[in-house]
Design a protein around this ligand. Sequence first.
Ligand SMILES: C[S@@+](CC[C@H](N)C(=O)[O-])C[C@H]1O[C@@H](n2cnc3c(N)ncnc32)[C@H](O)[C@@H]1O
Length: 354
Amino acid sequence: MADVAPAQARVSGFRDILSKRCPMTVHDWMHACLADPDHGYYRKGVRVGAAGDFTTAPEISQIFGEMLGLVLAQIWLDQGADPNAILAELGPGRGTLMHDAARAFAKATKARLPVHLVEINESFRAAQAAKLAAYAPTWHDDIATLPDAPILLLANEFFDALPVRQFRRVGAKWFERIVTPDFQFADGAEVATPVAHDVPDGAIVETCPAGESVARAIGSRIAQHGGAALIVDYGSPVSGWGDTIQAVRDHKKVDVFDRPGETDLTAHVDFTALARAAQQGGCAAHGALGQGDFLRRAGAHARAAALSAANPAARTTIETALRRLIEPTEMGTLFRVLLLLPKGSAPPIPMDGH
Ligand SMILES: C[S@@+](CC[C@H](N)C(=O)[O-])C[C@H]1O[C@@H](n2cnc3c(N)ncnc32)[C@H](O)[C@@H]1O
């Protein structure tokens, strides 16, 4: 019990602080819940994995990171194997994805590139430092300080952790959604220009300004210096409408206003908007292809067979994990992969289809 009282005091303290700051836009509320320097969910704690709040693809099987690393390796070779290139990751969590991807990359290319990580959470940085010690990574608070070099970038479940703005259509008018001091959603100020067309009256439409700005910056880096980005997340291949914000704690869905700062909040990623932003930056966008098809085409089944042959006792575990990543009823179609490349470069695996 000794640990529970201070934690509860901290949580209810942040709830009061948030309530006093309201009304605020849904965007500012989500940003505060996730990234407030003192109380934000992504400022402390290592909450990914079985003992955390949710499990991500790299934590399910090493094959996930290995396939992403191999695709980046092929792209690097196709682009002339520039020794000045860097490996980079946005929101690396426990460092598992980069660990598996960098190993596969080095094995396929015999090259070891510098590793750069963009992370705001000190606890995660410590976990990454332990896991990736052999690569002596460099950390960044945001992508602005990444070196001007060809960039081979990974991002898994990073964009869904960025705050979204919500707008509601009422007849011909659009209102930005806000959070009231008693933690209800409501219509706030009217916005001057329509947010979307072809959506029904009463519909909510989301935009992710931070995500689009990061995608634009990555697109511009790839256009200028070369390289590629593999962006994996859950969401829709086409822009849609509807409130997609959800809250998860301890592997369970909870109310979005429950225990702010102690609960993960995410929104579906709009891959059409991300691709458009990256293209505005000057690169080409391919996909977003379902994660299952991407992994299959990259060679996940052959890798699973090789791992099983090397360790027959683990065959069932390896195959079960791969099914979880690939099957449409699991993560295979809900999660999608967007590949950013310089204009005119062909993807190393087909990225067409859903
Ligand atoms: C959902 S976790 C995913 C972790 C990891 N990519 C994985 O697949 O296991 C989101 C990651 O993004 C980081 N993060 C969240 N918001 C961020 C921001 N604004 N800038 C940099 N990193 C951020 C978190 O600390 C965490 O490492």
